[in-house]
Design a protein around this ligand. Structure first.
Ligand code: SF4
Length: 421
């Protein structure tokens, strides 16, 4: 039996692409392994968002090239594969194929050319252990934020036809999937012959057996009232909106080419809270953008204090060659960027802990995820927003939804007890 080993860097779209490739290789008889030295194919799915991410991936690919079996394949896929192309084969001897992010839709044809004598048996051979999965609904991005390499690497936006998505999700539900996260760099731009993203959510919600729908990411400029109303009206839609703000200063937002002001962003938040008062709102923030002043950074802190995100992904700006911002004079010293990042993380961590602490005694609806390795009665779970939970129960399985009470809070985990079936 041949084996495949996956190493995935980067965002959830990469995770979705790795899962997709794993399914396709599974249909050709390949089983996943945890040991790269044992694998017949090693796949490294790469990210180009930061220079550091590319460097890490290249080091790892070099290690795999040294330890792999002599005849094993070493495939590099994803954004760095798209950006550097065949150069990677010269740079890292041992790489046998480079498959860019834009080619992922032709993956069957590519596998056929790389593994010519393999036949497809069935597309549902992979055993599903968990009940959640990702599905990319769009590829590419047309927004060209000044700091971001994604549009150059992944290309223009294109939407995957709704009929294909519904068919894909239906098949996943047949294998035990109960929760789907719809992915795109900007899902609000989804458009397939008049079917927009809220329409797609309604179509996905009609699939029998599917219990929860999540999605990410929404660009604030396109986050429409129709989308928020659809979420509020559709019980399968989780109460979680990830809305990257990036900065609290209008001048910095303008430089970033985000195409909204802080006031317009605040209006979107007010709309979300009007329709779904208890929704978890999360964000991305970039500090130390070229020429960001201390006062402008304070505007970001003020916005974070006011909005009270449940959690946030926070980064210090680092230059990415090939983007517009790479040409901006960068007057913020590295130590200052890191100091701002620490201040922001401390503030957000306090807010996150307060929000979690405020959940004590509340009733929540949990979906069970993975079982704990050592304490087999304990399950990791997620509430109807984005909060993590731990619950002990017998006779359970991944994907089960149950009502629970938050009996206490441990840092950023809700410790729950089951209250009813
Ligand atoms: S919306 Fe902006 S940050 Fe997000 S992928 Fe597109 S260009 Fe990059």
């Amino acid at each position: 039996m041949p084996y495949v080993y996956f190493q995935t860097f980067g965002c959830q779209m990469n995770v979705a692409d790795s899962n997709e490739l794993c399914d396709r290789l599974g249909a050709r008889g390949y089983q996943p392994t945890e040991d790269p030295a044992f694998a017949d194919i090693i796949v490294v799915n790469t990210c180009s968002v930061r220079e550091h991410a590319e460097q890490r991936a290249q080091v790892r690919i070099g290690e795999y090239a040294r330890l792999k079996k002599k005849e094993a394949h070493l495939w590099v896929i994803g954004c760095m594969a798209e950006r550097l192309g065949e150069v990677l084969k010269k740079k890292i001897p041992g790489v046998t194929a480079v498959i860019g992010a834009r080619s992922i839709d032709q993956i069957d044809t590519i596998i056929d050319s790389l593994l010519p004598n393999q036949t497809i048996e069935s597309l549902s051979v992979k055993k599903i252990h968990e009940a959640s999965d990702f599905v990319s609904v769009m590829r590419g991005c047309d927004n060209y934020c000044a700091y971001c390499i994604v549009p150059y690497v992944r290309g223009h936006e294109s939407s995957i036809p709704a009929s294909i998505l519904i068919d894909t999700i239906r098949k996943k539900v047949e294998t035990g999937i109960r929760e789907i996260t719809l992915l795109g760099q900007n899902v609000n731009s989804y458009c397939d012959n008049g079917v927009d993203f809220p329409d797609l959510i309604n179509k996905v919600a009609d699939i029998n057996g599917l219990q929860r729908i999540r999605f990410t990411t929404s660009h604030p400029k396109d986050c429409s009232e129709k989308l928020i109303r659809t979420m509020a009206e559709e019980p399968k839609c989780c109460r979680h909106v990830h809305l990257p703000v990036q900065a609290g200063s209008d001048r910095v937002l303008g430089l970033m080419n985000r195409r909204y002001t802080a006031a317009q962003y605040r209006e979107r938040i007010a709309m979300i809270r009007q329709y779904m008062p208890n929704a978890d709102i999360t964000t991305d923030i970039l500090v130390g953008f070229p020429s960001e002043t201390h006062e402008e950074f304070e505007e970001t802190l003020a916005l974070v204090r006011e909005i009270r995100y449940t959690t946030a992904f926070m980064f210090a700006y680092s230059v990415r060659e090939g983007t517009a911002a790479a040409g901006f004079p960068d007057s913020v010293p590295q130590e200052e960027k890191l100091a701002r990042l620490r201040t922001l993380i401390d503030l957000q961590t306090d807010i996150t802990k307060e929000i979690y602490a405020g959940m004590a005694g509340e009733q929540v609806e949990l979906m069970l995820g993975a079982r704990q390795e050592k304490r087999r009665r304990d399950w990791m779970a997620r509430d109807n927003g984005c909060k993590r939970a731990l619950i002990a129960c017998d006779g359970a399985e991944s994907g089960m939804i149950l009502k629970a009470t938050v009996v206490r809070v441990s840092g950023m985990t809700l410790i729950c007890e089951r209250t009813a079936l």
